[in-house]
Write a protein that binds this ligand. Structure first.
Ligand code: AMP
Length: 424
């Protein structure tokens, strides 16, 4: 990879970054007092026109880091023609969030932005594009659709951003991204933001960027460092009661409860809504209109407890999230980091609880190895998370082996899963 530099802790003020008076006024209006390290490192290089490969997680202020240079670039152009900047995001929710951040930072200026993602009628998006747009934010599938129809004109693009590039590649968007990038003009500025930079992300950068400056902010505000993390060993059939007790005890400002499946999310939402009023759920089977409404209500704190699947939970940036509860342990350890990263944004405190059934000990260990930290054992006074022993066992004395319900036999050809003892 060409020039590489480390963007560490550059402690500058916004007015030392070479920004225009209009931009400084918008930042003051947004009540951003000082740049985050990602912003201090990225903005001056982006203003100088460099291609940038930035390793940064959500919650570090990375959106404003690429949005501010884009808005500065737009200053000297006639507004509202064909888009000057295009931002690709992995999910619809993130597209909306990025657009909202851009609109916030463009306060008081006539900058037209649009989100182009699936789940919304394409007609309305085409109408907006025809009326003139400065910045388009979208998911790869829908962007390709617009390119195919000729409704998205890339000729005047000056900046292209790939946000959460690793996530986009994870969910299989690589061919779409490459098709889109091949349709974008040269010369242009390309910025790629990614929480991790595995070889497929590097390959993308080699192919489609000009000598990118590499900025590594991976150690900055790693959300999981500011979050207290606990686990409960709990029988499947006691998970719901545990959740109720935990929510009653913790009284979270706002919480996301993660489930593994869409049906499970719906089911839990139905049951829990009988006990807690300000709650709702979000998953990929819901209509976009409903998802947007739920997200809006969550942002404005009308919804305090949100039950979600990973697909939509990941990337949600709501500053009041104090609690993450993994009702189902995530399928991949990476998902754990992303889920937990929804709390404790911008260095605030947060707490995460993971429900682990006695059969899921290995998953817990994998997570602990990835984050290089042992989760603490959670307890609820007077509540037994695992069924009490009904008959003493003669062999191991391992209480987890002697629950009233014996572990189910493993399917043929599969090794039986070990029940873990921790927390019993
Ligand atoms: P992001 O990493 O882009 O998802 O940003 C996380 C949150 O930090 C968002 O809610 C931003 O509005 C907020 N934010 C970004 N930059 C700053 C800043 N310099 N000062 C205070 N808040 C910020």
């Amino acid at each position: 990879m060409p020039e590489s530099s480390i963007g560490s802790t550059e402690t500058k003020k916004f007015d030392a970054l070479g920004l225009s008076p209009e931009m400084l006024a918008s930042l003051a209006h947004a009540e951003y007092e000082n740049p985050t390290p990602v912003q201090a490192g990225l903005i001056p290089r982006a203003l100088a026109g460099a291609d940038i490969l930035g390793q940064a997680r959500t919650g570090t202020g990375k959106t404003a880091a690429f949005a501010i240079p884009i808005l500065e670039l737009l200053k000297s152009h006639k507004r509202g023609g064909t888009p000057r900047a295009l931002i690709l995001t992995p999910t619809r929710e993130l597209a909306v969030q990025v657009r909202d951040e851009i609109d916030k930072l463009a306060y008081g200026r006539r900058i037209a932005s649009v989100t182009l993602h699936g789940g919304k009628p394409i007609r309305g998006q085409i109408d907006k594009l025809n009326r003139g747009i400065d910045i388009a934010v979208g998911t790869p599938g829908r962007l390709l659709d617009h390119l195919g129809r000729g409704s998205l004109d890339t000729r005047n693009l000056q900046t292209v951003v790939l946000d959460e590039a690793d996530r986009m590649l994870d969910i299989g968007f690589r061919p779409d991204i490459e098709k889109i990038l091949r349709r974008c003009p040269q010369p242009r500025q390309t910025m790629l933001l990614s929480a991790t930079v595995p070889p497929p992300v590097q390959r993308l950068a080699y192919r489609y960027m000009r000598e990118p400056v590499m900025l590594d902010f991976s150690s900055e505000s790693k959300a999981s460092d500011t979050i207290d993390q606990y686990y409960f060993t709990v029988d499947v059939e006691r998970k719901f009661d545990l959740l109720v007790r935990l929510l009653e005890r913790e009284q979270p400002e706002q919480a996301i409860v993660f489930c593994r499946t869409r049906r499970g999310t719906d089911r839990l939402c139905r049951k829990l809504s009988k006990k807690f009023p300000a709650m709702d759920c979000i998953h990929g089977d819901m209509q976009q209109r409903v998802r947007d409404r739920v997200m809006k209500q969550f942002r404005t704190k009308q919804v305090r407890i949100l039950i979600a699947t990973d697909v939509v939970g990941r990337g949600i940036d709501v500053s009041g999230i104090s609690h993450i509860i993994n009702f189902d342990i995530p399928q991949s350890s990476d998902d754990y980091v992303h889920r937990v990263g929804r709390a404790g944004r911008m260095g605030r405190q947060g707490v995460a609880y993971s429900f682990v059934t006695p059969e899921e000990g290995e998953e817990l260990t994998r997570i602990e190895m990835l984050i290089n930290k042992l989760l603490k054992r959670g307890e609820i006074e007077g509540f037994q998370t695992v069924a009490p022993v009904v008959a003493p066992t003669t062999d191991s004395g391992d209480r987890s082996q002697s629950d009233s319900e014996p572990p189910k036999p493993a399917p043929p050809g599969q090794r039986p899963r070990r029940r873990h003892r921790r927390g019993l």
